[in-house]
Design a protein around this ligand. Structure first.
Ligand SMILES: Cc1cc2nc3c(=O)[nH]c(=O)nc-3n(C[C@H](O)[C@H](O)[C@H](O)COP(=O)(O)OP(=O)(O)OC[C@H]3O[C@@H](n4cnc5c(N)ncnc54)[C@H](O)[C@@H]3O)c2cc1C
Length: 419
């Protein structure tokens, strides 16, 4: 079939690749000049399937409200909120019910474990060489942090994830560069989780997709979809729409606006986050893999010869406006744990500060599969775990399009969930 993929983030790239593997003739339309320039650009890179869990969880509304005024709060609201944000928050609040949360968590984790195995398979088969490190450690500053992670540990046990609860000394053995002056309780170490550079992987897989014949049209914005025939794409400056047999919407946050004229209402909101990436000053002082500061919900990732610190969840506001306190929190967390790791901007080195918009559905799992509108397929709404879910989502979509059952249980991941 002739298939158009809209968007060349990690979801669009993996989708295009898998469809090309199945022998389809694929064209990718991307408004930016290269792949992975938006939300897939500088995320934390963590692939930890047992820890992929909805933000819509029992107790979360109270936590959000309780933390609003705190300087280093993980979740922030930028007022005034738009009508879309308020409607999204209402749906999010309703999805915090225990049964809804448990069902969504199971859906996310099934997909995440499958996705990690597909990621490993692609990496090995295609000999992809990108910055990655094995192991993921959740850092617990205090007894309170330890109490708060206990329900999460039960989730890991239920999911069969290998992990160990270790004291501070044990954590220092795994990450010897942790600041000797920082006192903390200990950590949870997951040896089979990993961290890897999402953008680098996307660029490598894009080349492999191109080798299979995928055409990439960069700097090409899809303006609108034809309501009469959804698998036709109108490009600005062109008089006639381009016709395809199928179209797959992988435009991240922009998907909702593109689909609205077709009568498909996707309740998506931007949940903004930040990262700073800096060259490593001294390898001996740098982290070896990925860590999560549980109190501040900030990830510290080793990506080759850089260290990346990522976090914050901001509802409302805009991509262009950076909140200084959120970036200060990232520096604080890095300094608390690895004070000598990174070169900083004061020494003239290039520290990359980035803000990204997670394409978040209120109840968390993405929507993958046939939209119900002839010709139009969806792979969108991957929220805070799009990198960890990407390879599995793409393979599952390709299998469904081929009329086969996906290798992973897709219950609750279709558009029907929204009804
Ligand atoms: C701070 C932060 C930390 C994160 N950490 C992690 C993590 O540790 N692990 C993890 O798994 N996930 C993480 N994520 C989430 C992850 O980055 C996203 O889920 C993922 O990047 C979404 O990918 P996507 O392809 O759907 O969206 P995008 O990468 O945004 O891709 C969508 C593409 O569509 C293009 N597009 C949009 N509209 C059009 C149009 N009209 N025409 C043509 N092209 C169009 C855009 O230009 C863009 O390139 C993090 C996110 C943030 C913000």
């Amino acid at each position: 079939m002739r298939i158009a993929v809209i968007g060349a983030g990690i979801i669009g790239i993996t989708t295009a690749y898998e469809l090309a593997v199945d022998g389809h003739e694929v064209t990718v339309f991307e408004r930016r000049g290269a792949a992975a320039e938006e939300t897939s650009f500088a995320n934390a890179g963590v692939v930890a399937p047992g820890s992929v869990t909805p933000w819509a969880a029992p107790g979360m509304p109270g936590k959000v409200l309780g933390n609003l005024l705190s300087r280093h709060a993980a979740i922030k609201l930028s007022l005034p909120l738009s009508g879309n944000d308020l409607a999204w928050m209402w749906k999010w609040w309703r999805a915090c019910k225990l049964e809804t949360y448990l069902a969504n968590r199971a859906r996310l984790q099934r997909l995440a474990f499958y996705s990690q195995s597909r990621l490993h398979q692609l990496t090995a088969d295609l000999q992809l060489d990108y910055d990655r490190a094995e192991g993921y450690t959740v850092l617990l500053r205090s007894e309170k942090d330890s109490r708060l992670v206990q329900p999460g540990l039960q989730i890991l046990r239920d999911a069969g994830v290998a992990f160990s609860e270790i004291n501070a000394e044990g954590v220092r053995k795994i990450e010897p560069a942790i600041n000797p002056d920082t006192e903390f309780l200990g950590g949870i170490h997951m040896p089979n989780d990993e961290v890897a550079n999402c953008r680098q992987f996307a660029l490598l897989l894009k080349d492999k997709a191109r080798d299979l014949g995928v055409k990439f049209e960069f700097n090409t914005t899809v303006d609108q979809l034809n309501t009469a025939q959804a698998a036709s794409v109108l490009i600005p400056g062109e008089n006639t729409p381009r016709q395809f047999d199928r179209m797959v919407m992988c435009a991240g946050l922009a998907s909702a606006a593109l689909l609205k004229p077709l009568g498909l209402k996707i309740p998506m909101a931007a949940v903004y986050g930040y990262s700073i990436s800096a060259p490593i000053r001294e390898a001996l002082n740098a982290p070896r893999s990925a860590l999560m500061d549980e109190r501040y919900k900030v990830a510290i990732s080793r990506l080759g010869n850089r260290v990346r610190v990522a976090g914050s969840a901001e509802i409302g506001g805009s991509l262009a406006k950076h909140r200084a306190s959120s970036i200060q929190t990232l520096y604080k967390v890095l300094h608390d744990w690895f004070p000598g790791a990174a070169q900083n901007a004061n020494t003239g080195s290039s520290v990359q500060v980035w803000k990204g918009a997670r394409p978040m559905l209120p109840d968390a799992p993405p929507i993958i599969g046939d939209s119900g509108i002839p010709g139009l397929w969806l792979n969108l709404g991957h929220g805070s775990s799009g990198w960890a879910l990407s390879c599995g989502s793409a393979r599952a979509l390709a299998d469904l399009m081929a009329g086969k059952a996906a290798e992973v249980n897709m219950e609750g991941l279709s558009v029907a969930r929204l009804n």
